[in-house]
Design a protein around this ligand. Structure first.
Ligand code: PAF
Length: 286
């Protein structure tokens, strides 16, 4: 069984012990409701590091809607069992007051990348993500931290923070894992009732159609995204948040699509917000 740690002081002791052994420490931050996508990050960390710690913390600061925070799946016991089977060395499961004690007022604020895509439609989201990630980095002090590319923008803003603030941690970003029907694995998928779950693969299918149209020679972003919007609008109970083709580095909008550009989509299916992305002409990655 991994050590299950709830207090920052216990975490500091454990990490100091690991450091004394000169262990390379891998860290996988999560919000729980773990699935095979998280497992792929953990396996990579186990391969590349001597000690691996996973955090499970549903971070209230990154939720822009109270109902979304309330509904977010919480299955701590099952998660710890899952991580034990994977062979991690420790799990950090702090209470909200451990991360944000009374009087915690410091925030990590970024500009630029955070103003686009998810940042534009979820104000304050990335401030919450960056604040908790930097705090967890400082508490765990890992050598490497592992993130999934389903959250492409999250990886981009974290990389920028690490670069700008000289955080001495290597960020590893791994490809999205998918269900057999193409749906990107996500903790939120558990919130889809069966009828909506059956509709969900149409998101990826529509994105692939766009990529096919691009491969066939269409480069007008207006025309490509118009087709995509029409396909998504035909999904019952769906509401498009955004569908954009952007520069993969600065996430700025494009008028003409190029190979490697990022197609990023956020779509509500009923109450559940799904995100997905692909790199145009790039064999369906990331
Ligand atoms: O991707 C997530 O699960 C979260 O945004 C993260 C990185 C654990 C921060 O709360």
């Amino acid at each position: 069984m991994p050590s299950v740690i709830r207090r920052a002081s216990d975490l500091a002791t454990l990490v100091a012990d690991w450091r004394a052994l000169s262990a390379k420490v891998g860290f996988v931050p999560t919000m729980g409701a773990l699935h095979e996508g998280h497992a792929s990050l953990v396996r990579a960390a186990l391969e590349e590091c001597n000690r691996v710690i996973v955090s499970i913390f549903v971070n209230p600061l990154q939720f822009d809607r109270p109902d979304d925070l309330e509904r977010y799946p919480r299955v701590e016991k099952a998660d710890i069992g899952y991580l034990a089977d994977l062979g991690v060395h420790a799990v950090f499961v702090p209470a909200v007051a451990e991360i944000y004690p009374e009087g915690h007022v410091t925030r990590v604020v970024q500009s630029g990348l955070v103003d686009r895509l998810c940042g534009a439609s979820r104000p304050g989201h990335f401030e919450g993500v960056l604040t908790v990630v930097l705090q967890l980095f400082n508490m765990v002090r890992p050598d490497r931290a592992y993130f999934g590319l389903k959250d492409y923008q999250q990886v981009a803003v974290i990389r920028r923070m690490v670069r700008d603030l000289h955080v001495p941690i290597e960020i590893r970003a791994l490809p999205t894992l998918r269900e057999k029907d193409g749906l990107a694995m996500s903790s939120r998928n558990a919130l889809l009732e069966p009828r909506l779950r059956a509709l969900a693969p149409r998101l990826r299918a529509a994105m692939i159609e766009l990529d096919d149209a691009f491969a066939a020679g269409e480069t007008s972003v207006a025309r490509l995204t118009a087709e995509l919007r029409a396909a998504l609008a035909a999904i019952p109970d769906s509401r498009l948040d955004y569908a954009e083709i952007v520069d993969p580095d600065d996430l700025g909008p494009r008028a003409e699509a190029r190979v490697g550009d990022l197609l990023a989509v956020a779509l509500f299916l009923g109450p559940v917000r799904l995100i997905d992305n692909l790199r145009l002409g790039d064999e369906r990655g990331p």
